[in-house]
Design a protein around this ligand. Structure first.
Ligand code: MG
Length: 617
């Protein structure tokens, strides 16, 4: 088993060069690509940068980019060579031997492959005399060279030892390029590899590249196959990330660097799955997750009683009290909700928020080991003498994820029975948890749940909601026993926020939603009324049985269909300013989360809250 060298381009990270180097080193990278604008803006000289990198244990693997080298105008080409010589001076001081030369986008770019080869060879020989080399990269929007095959042609013709290829997964895969062709390139011409993932978008490729690149495992490209082709062709350099992304450019670089490192660990593991001969060291696999064991809400003296009385009306009973902490256990069926009054996360007074999820693991100890191997923050635990030792990690939105076994001797033993049992309204289990993600954490969260927990991320969708576009993505286990519905504003939210900021919900499964909701209403549950327009629209769109349509109107149910089946769901009012419950029934294998109903539900929550605010106290 071997370990590859991992590198990251400074352009991936936010901040100044000083911040970026520290963040890359802290995340455990072996090397960096120096993005030239970061160097130019730095107060450190190239020699000082080299020293700083050495102190941090980082090698400098690439200097980039050198643009528009070739030219049909001899004078301009001469000036470009002079510019290259100056950059070679910088490289010598940095102690880096390879510079990225991108295919030209300029009007005077050379089209003729022989002339292009000759100019690249001229520059390469000047580099070669100084022990340096040029890695030529086809930009997907290059003027005459826009595919990797077109970049290989002049490199092949030039036949200069100081000239080779840089293969960038974005440029190759965004144009539908075929990486299996790398096999025809001699291994000593494969100078450098740059890795980026991206979502499938129909847009200008330059804009797609500059704004929407993602780390491996966060997008839609087949990067394990891309990497397999390159390694099989004999590439031996570092796996280096080059990701331009609007969110990463403005996020905490320390955190982004950890996300980046996790993406490479994930990619190496995914490569091993398609190509066992890779011989790469991989982390232990994530044990299967087999269900939701609990959801914990952080509450205070105002929100706790509010959520508790809602749970009682929903048919839950307060069945247990924690031995050493102010935590209540509420149960119905296998749905368990903990109300924790000791959560120290900062929240305004009166707010309730999801603070933790319990997920059943085949092997909690191995789940924790896996999480550690893929750079998830492991949470320190304090526990009493007789209490279960729970392993937990922190998700990107701050939610704590506990790996549990709910059988005898498991975590429920930490609760002393109150002697109460649930009256029951028909809730069977937790169906899923809905979590609004912080704007900066959405893509990171997809990879986190995939790499740390072994869950499968599903396609990203967008919904037009009252306060802006909302992007959604679910993550599930393959058997759909664990489901998380993640969402985020498509743009950073402005100051006008009359809606519920970052709502969260717990969806409760039933197999008889009409009866369940009727019993909840009877018990005084704070169910959310919906506009008549909505039911009229359902009537127009679907051929629903009259009694079901009547129940939808009477109880404020929502209905959606996917390719397979239907989904009936109802929401409660918002409790503790942020959370609500849903009661859901999946019909005929429906696999979604009712996201087309999201705008109606949000508008209804807004109306319920303004009505409540206006009511006399
Ligand atoms: Mg590149």
């Amino acid at each position: 088993m071997t370990a590859v060298r991992r590198s990251v381009a400074t352009v991936c990270l936010s901040g100044t060069l000083e911040d970026k180097l520290a963040a890359a080193a802290a995340a455990g990278f072996d090397g960096i690509e120096v993005f030239e604008p970061d160097l130019i803006a730095s107060s450190w000289s190239p020699r000082e940068i080299a020293r700083r990198c050495a102190d941090l244990g980082l090698t400098i693997d690439l200097y980039q980019p050198f643009r528009d080298l070739d030219s049909t105008d001899p004078d301009r080409f001469a000036r470009n060579l002079r510019r290259a010589d100056r950059k070679f001076d910088v490289m010598e001081q940095l102690g880096v031997d390879t510079i990225l030369v991108c295919s030209s986008v300029s009007d005077d770019a050379v089209e003729d492959p022989d002339r292009l080869a000759e100019q690249l060879a001229t520059a390469a020989s000047r580099a070669g005399e100084r022990g340096l080399r040029l890695a030529y990269e086809a930009l997907a929007w290059g003027r005459h060279v826009s595919t990797w095959e077109a970049s290989w042609e002049p490199v092949r013709r030039a036949d200069s030892p100081a000239l080779g290829l840089c293969l960038d997964s974005f440029h190759v895969l965004s144009r539908g390029g075929d990486p299996t062709g790398f096999a025809q390139v001699p291994a000593d011409k494969l100078f450098f590899l740059q890795l980026a993932d991206a979502p499938r978008l129909q847009m200008d490729v330059l804009q797609w590249s500059r704004h929407h690149r993602l780390f491996p495992g966060q997008g839609a490209f087949d990067l394990p196959e891309f990497l397999r082709c390159l390694l099989a062709a004999g590439y031996t350099g570092p796996l280096s990330l080059e990701v331009f992304n609007d969110v990463f450019r403005q996020s905490d670089p320390w955190r982004t660097a950890v996300d980046a490192m996790r993406s490479l660990v994930w990619l190496e593991e995914a490569l091993g799955a398609v190509w066992p001969e890779s011989g790469l060291t991989v982390p232990p696999p994530a044990p299967e997750l087999t269900g939701h064991s609990f959801v914990e809400l952080g509450v205070d003296g105002v929100s706790g009683p509010q959520v508790g009385s809602a749970l009682a009306a929903l048919g839950f009973a307060h069945t247990g009290q924690h031995r050493s902490k102010p935590v209540q256990l509420w149960e119905q069926g296998t749905a368990r909700v903990l109300l924790n009054a000791s959560v120290t996360r900062p929240a305004a007074a009166g707010v309730a928020a999801v603070s933790a999820l319990g997920l059943e693991s085949e092997d909690p100890g191995r789940s924790a080991a896996r999480a550690q191997a893929v750079r998830a923050p492991i949470l320190p635990r304090t526990r009493g003498a007789d209490e279960a030792d729970l392993s937990a990690v922190e998700a990107p939105d701050g939610t704590q994820i506990f790996f549990t076994r709910t059988g005898p001797g498991g975590w429920p033993a930490d609760f002393l029975s109150t002697g109460t049992t649930a009256p029951g309204t028909g809730v069977l289990a937790i169906d899923h948890i809905g979590l609004t993600q912080p704007f900066d954490a959405f893509d990171e969260a997809g990879l986190f749940y995939r790499a740390v927990l072994g869950l499968e991320p599903h396609a990203v969708a967008e919904v037009a909601a009252p306060y802006g576009l909302i992007r959604t993505r679910s993550v599930t286990d393959t058997s759909r026993r664990v489901r998380l519905a993640l969402s985020v504003s498509a743009l950073r939210r402005g100051g006008w926020t009359p809606g519920v900021p970052d709502p969260q919900y717990v969806a409760l499964a039933t197999d008889d939603i009409v009866g369940t909701v009727a019993r909840m209403r009877e018990a005084g549950a704070p169910l959310l009324p919906l506009p008549a327009n909505y039911a009229d629209d359902l009537d127009a769109r679907f051929d629903l049985p009259p009694d079901l349509l009547a129940a939808i109107r009477e109880h404020g149910l929502m209905y959606e269909e996917d390719g397979q089946g239907g989904y009936l769901h109802a929401a409660t009012a918002v409790l503790g300013d942020r959370v609500f419950f849903e009661v859901v029934q999946r019909l005929r294998g429906y696999d979604g989360y009712g996201s087309t109903d999201l705008p109606v539900r949000m508008a209804a929550h807004r109306r319920a809250r303004s009505t409540a605010a206006a009511a006399p106290r």
